[in-house]
Write a protein that binds this ligand. Structure first.
Ligand code: VG1
Ligand code: CO
Length: 542
């Protein structure tokens, strides 16, 4: 029986950079998740008779919310839902399945790199028929709907078994429990030269992949160990856990520090990598050499042609605004277009759909391509491995050769987390107010060329997204960017992005923190972070 349940709007169901993300206990408020899912459904034309993909990263509440979403899908006329066994699907796997299943869209239950568990975070992302995150006009419509909602629809039925593969019925809905890995792994085999990677590994090349107790474990075991022949044990923390083993499944030098230490130590394998909660991010560390995500995007762009998927070249590349300009230099050398978009994957979708770009990436350890409409952690790892299998050089040598040709964009991001939201807004306002007076001012060795609040005009539909972060550009390609995070769940997080360009003729092997000290000083002089937030140092430096 389909029940119509009266409800009332909840406050603050506004999707951020990447879906709706809140504390678990907020999601546990009766009716909360139902309201949001119903609001998504109410904004879909053509839901009746459609196919939907549902899966999550395995975090606390994953299974419960999947059962609710299935019963609501049944009540809202969806004909078929494909859901990953155990409720698991990585974000890129959902994107791929939407595209190959002719689905109307998909729900990804994840708060990505945020921690999981009863006291931590949960999230719901909605992806549209192209496989990508819902664009702003759609998330705005969903949010508007959450403000007026009066009822949701749910089928009264028992839970289905998410661990039993095959077809189950919920009223007129067919729920198909599928292998979360199979289709994705098959896609990877079409993109990359698995024989070449296998032969690299057979020749003694070693690797370690840290799945951080999150969703990529099963994918990495299958692809890296079983299909490519990496030694059993190459994948570590490979079993998804509801609390990710108590850590943040955020692949950066802070949260993946064990991997970092291994890679810098005497027993380091040739290659190390990690992914995040939902499998869309990647961190790459060669033996003795960390590759900054911005550099990684540039290096992948410069070398993609060595792999089958990109052998015909790239049509263009896109990076989010705070990502370093390293990839722009490669695009210029290749004679292809490059685009700068606001933070978050939803802005890349139109560029990919319009065939304007082939690769995209972000400084936050996300890279992806036209193969799906999300960033894709294991894809990036496999692209690196394929390039290594062709070039037969170390990661460090490839990075060094890259810098020697293009110069180096020294880069860091400083995060100030859980700030008082009022303080953070006041800081941003103070910086914004100063913008007109900044050009030509000098901060130590840095002279300001321009300062603006980044606004993006979508090249395909003309939509404008403004207030995407304040950029202060200095002479010579250095830069400071101030931006507030859209994925946090407590207070506000200020991100300060620091970049300094060193031409190929300069010193390319300095300590980034030394090189960036003048940018840090300029950021402090402009934003008075210490004074306004009471913080003496950032919480996280990546
Ligand atoms: C962060 C990153 C951004 C990324 C987003 C979602 O957003 O900076 O680059 O796209 O997370 O990634 P913010 O607004 O907190 O800076 V994920 O892996 O959560 O889907
Ligand atoms: Co993620």
């Amino acid at each position: 029986m389909i029940r119509t349940v009266p409800t009332r709007p909840f406050e603050g169901q506004k999707p951020g950079t990447s879906g709706l993300r809140k504390k678990v206990r907020v999601f546990q408020t009766p009716g909360y998740v139902e309201n949001f899912i119903q609001s998504i459904f109410d904004c879909q034309a053509g839901l009746d008779g459609s196919t939907l993909i549902i899966g999550g990263d395995g975090r606390y509440l994953n299974r419960e919310v999947i059962q609710i979403a299935l019963k609501m899908a049944a009540a809202n006329g969806v004909s078929r839902v494909r859901v990953g066994k155990g409720g698991l699907l990585s974000t890129p796997a959902v994107s791929h399945l939407i595209r190959t299943s002719g689905a109307i869209g998909g729900l990804v239950l994840s708060a990505s790199h945020n921690p999981g568990g009863p006291e931590e975070d949960f999230g719901v992302k909605f992806n549209i028929a192209n496989g990508g995150p819902a664009p702003e006009r759609e998330t705005d419509a969903i949010f508007a709907r959450t403000q007026t909602i009066e009822r949701y629809l749910v089928l009264d039925a028992d839970d289905i078994s998410l661990d039993q593969m095959g077809e189950h019925r919920l009223g007129s809905l067919v729920v198909e429990v599928i292998d979360p890995v199979a289709d994705y792994a098959a896609l990877m085999e079409t993109l990359f030269d698995f024989d070449a990677i296998r032969s690299l590994i057979r020749g003694g090349f070693t690797l370690t992949f840290d799945a951080m107790h999150a969703v990529t474990g099963p994918y990495a075991h299958e692809i890296l160990e079983r299909r490519l022949g990496a030694a059993v044990g190459s994948v570590i923390n490979g079993t998804p856990l509801p609390d990710f083993g108590g850590g943040h499944p955020d692949p950066n030098l802070v949260h993946a520090h064990e991997l970092y230490e291994t890679m810098m130590g005497p027993t380091a394998p040739d290659f190390g990598a990690a992914s995040d909660g939902d499998g869309d991010r990647n961190l790459v560390i060669g033996r003795g050499r960390f590759v900054s995500p911005s550099d990684s995007l540039a290096i992948l762009t410069a070398n993609a042609q060595l792999t089958p998927a990109y052998a015909d070249g790239l049509v263009g590349v896109a990076r989010s605004m705070p990502t370093s300009a390293a990839v722009d230099r490669v695009a210029e050398a290749l004679g292809i277009a490059h685009y700068e978009t606001p933070t978050g994957w939803k802005f890349f979708g139109n560029l990919l759909d319009a065939d304007r770009v082939t690769l995209c990436g972000e400084e936050s350890a996300g890279a992806g391509s036209s193969h799906v409409r999300e960033k894709d952690g294991l894809w990036a790892v496999l692209l690196w491995l394929n390039i290594l299998a062709v070039r037969r050089q170390s990661v460090a040598t490839i990075v060094d050769e890259h810098w020697a040709r293009y110069g180096r964009n020294y880069y860091a991001r400083h995060d100030y987390e859980a700030l008082d939201a009022g303080d953070a807004d006041a800081l941003m306002k103070a910086v914004r107010d100063q913008m007109p007076g900044l050009p030509d001012r000098s901060f130590g060795p840095l002279t300001v060329v321009s300062a603006d609040d980044f606004a993006y005009t979508d090249v395909t539909d003309g939509s404008i997204t403004d207030h995407q972060g304040i950029r202060v550009l200095f002479e010579g390609g250095s830069r400071v960017v101030f931006r507030l995070s859209g994925t946090g769940t407590s207070g506000a997080t200020l991100r300060v992005y620091l970049e300094r360009y060193e031409p190929a003729t300069g010193n390319l092997h300095r300590d980034p923190s030394e090189v960036l000290a003048s940018c840090v000083a300029a950021a402090e002089a402009i934003a008075a972070i210490h004074e306004r937030t009471g913080r003496l140092a950032p919480d996280v430096v990546t």
